[in-house]
Design a protein around this ligand. Structure first.
Ligand code: SAH
Length: 453
């Protein structure tokens, strides 16, 4: 191609990538990716990097802005790795997310005329997260908490994040002050010295209970009594303080050992009328209100009448299955993390649910075992991590021949790949509904309904 670094070109942005970069094509047909641009922008773009058939650039001048643009309200937008859509209206963001799901299902799945419902939008575009994990570092101003910059271990200090409740700012300020006043330092990745690695906060919105977990290099902090006292004085929502030990030289945030410094070591939230115990290790949807919508759509798709055997694969702490347990005959949940399975069992008990059991295993392995034992689920719910499920698991589900399968996915691309496999093996993809759980970020969740032909 003729383009080279530092060239300035004129470009019109016509679409978005799955990661939230704008895309335009030069007159010679070269695709250029431009972060922080918006569909409809007419730009002068500086080329930063060229590849064989495409290039990366950054905005030099906005010649004529997209009508979707809005004022950016965050000083670290696109410096931290979180939001990608603070510069466009929420309606425009939902359109992009809808297109992403439609494109993936058409292009990867081959589903041309599939009914895809409008994206179930978020009622709160900001401050919807109930969880934060902020790395700590030492600075001239003492301990600082922030976010890792995009693709890096540099920390961008931060007093406020628009996706998090303001309550978290109060917690961060209190912990920072405690660290400075007791002359304790943050962990340093280079020298492997220092104490505080991360602060991990979880908030149960329906009960108002707050968990503060401090991830430390070592067994604990000095003067933990004072820490607890200060937090209790400053933060009335505080329910429990947990110290997590992580001495490993890795990127994994949490170490294997938790010690409760105050309270019970967990908090409880309410989701669709059921109570759920949250411990530091167990998975819980970070956007509670949208999770209720997501589960409601899944329940409508499951169409339970009271006689069904329901199989909830990748069940976490059991939230999806337990929220519909009364509507089926029996529920089997499968989850690979032992702590989450224990939480799921306790959650069933706490809610008086007696028709549920949980298996701690790899989903594909457990499904095959259940099939060999003669379990015949009427409805299967599948909610895998981003990489989707194994072809082997899909084969087993097809052999178990449930009438319906409900696929909950946080990655449209792997969803499309997996739905294609189902459709080649006797299942019809009836419809799909995207749900916006993570406003302002590039992520989009989708629920899809499969019916056996
Ligand atoms: N359905 C739950 C959790 C979804 S997140 C909810 O809505 O809250 C996906 C879950 O899959 C996580 O809890 C993760 O621990 C689990 N998981 C990941 N790989 C797995 C595997 N191979 N087999 C079973 N569970 C797995």
């Amino acid at each position: 191609m003729d383009l080279k670094k530092n060239d300035i070109i004129r470009l019109r942005i016509t679409s978005m990538t799955a990661q939230g970069s704008g895309v335009g094509k030069t007159e010679d047909g070269v695709v250029v990716f431009v972060p922080m641009s918006a569909i409809g922008d007419d730009l002068e773009v500086r080329i930063l990097k060229t590849k064989k058939t495409y290039a990366y650039g950054k905005i030099e001048t906005i010649v004529s802005p997209s009508e979707n643009r809005i004022e950016v309200d965050c000083p670290v937008f696109r410096k931290c790795g979180g939001c990608v859509y603070r510069h466009i209206s929420y309606e425009a963001e939902l359109e992009i997310k809808y297109s992403r799901v439609r494109d993936a299902l058409e292009r990867i799945g081959g589903f041309e005329n599939l009914k895809i419902n409008p994206v179930a939008g978020n009622d709160r575009v900001d401050r919807y997260r109930n969880k934060a994990q902020l790395p700590a570092r030492n600075s001239e101003n003492g301990v600082e908490l922030g976010f890792f910059a995009n693709h890096s271990h540099r920390i961008i200090p931060l007093d406020d994040c628009m996706l998090q409740p303001e309550l978290f700012n109060r917690v961060n300020a209190t912990v920072k002050r405690f660290m400075d006043e007791t002359a304790q330092s943050a962990y340093d990745e280079g020298s492997k010295r220092g104490k505080l690695r991360h602060i991990y906060i979880r908030y149960a919105e329906q009960t108002g209970e707050l968990m503060v977990c401090l991830v430390v290099n070592g067994n604990g902090l000095k003067q933990e009594d004072l820490l607890v006292k200060t937090l209790r004085e400053e933060i009335p929502e505080l329910k429990t303080v947990v110290i997590n030990s992580n001495r490993e030289d890795t990127n994994v945030i949490l170490g294997g050992r938790n010690r409760t410094a105050y309270g019970s070591g967990h908090i409880t939230d309410v989701l669709r009328g059921k109570s759920f115990k949250l411990s530091p290790m167990s998975f819980y949807q970070v956007n509670r209100n949208q999770a209720e919508k997501l589960y409601e759509i899944a329940e409508n798709y499951a169409n339970l009448t009271g006689n069904e055997t329901l199989l909830d694969l990748y069940c976490g702490t059991g939230t999806i299955g337990l929220s519909m347990a009364e509507k089926c005959k029996s529920l089997v949940g499968v989850e690979i993390i032992a702590d989450a399975v224990r939480d799921a069992e306790e959650n069933a008990k706490a809610n008086g649910i007696t028709n549920a059991r949980f298996i701690c295993s790899d989903a594909a392995y457990a499904a095959e075992e259940l099939r060999k034992e003669g379990t015949k689920p009427d409805v299967v719910i599948i909610d895998p991590p981003r990489k989707g499920c194994d072809a082997e698991l899909i084969g087993t589900i097809v052999k178990m021949a449930p009438k319906r399968a409900v696929y909950v996915s946080c990655d449209p691309e792997t969803l499309a790949r997996d739905l294609k496999l189902f459709s080649e093996k006797g299942y019809e993809v009836r419809e799909a509904t995207p749900v916006d759980m993570f406003s302002r970020t590039a992520h989009v969740e989708t629920v899809a309904l499969l019916i056996r032909k």
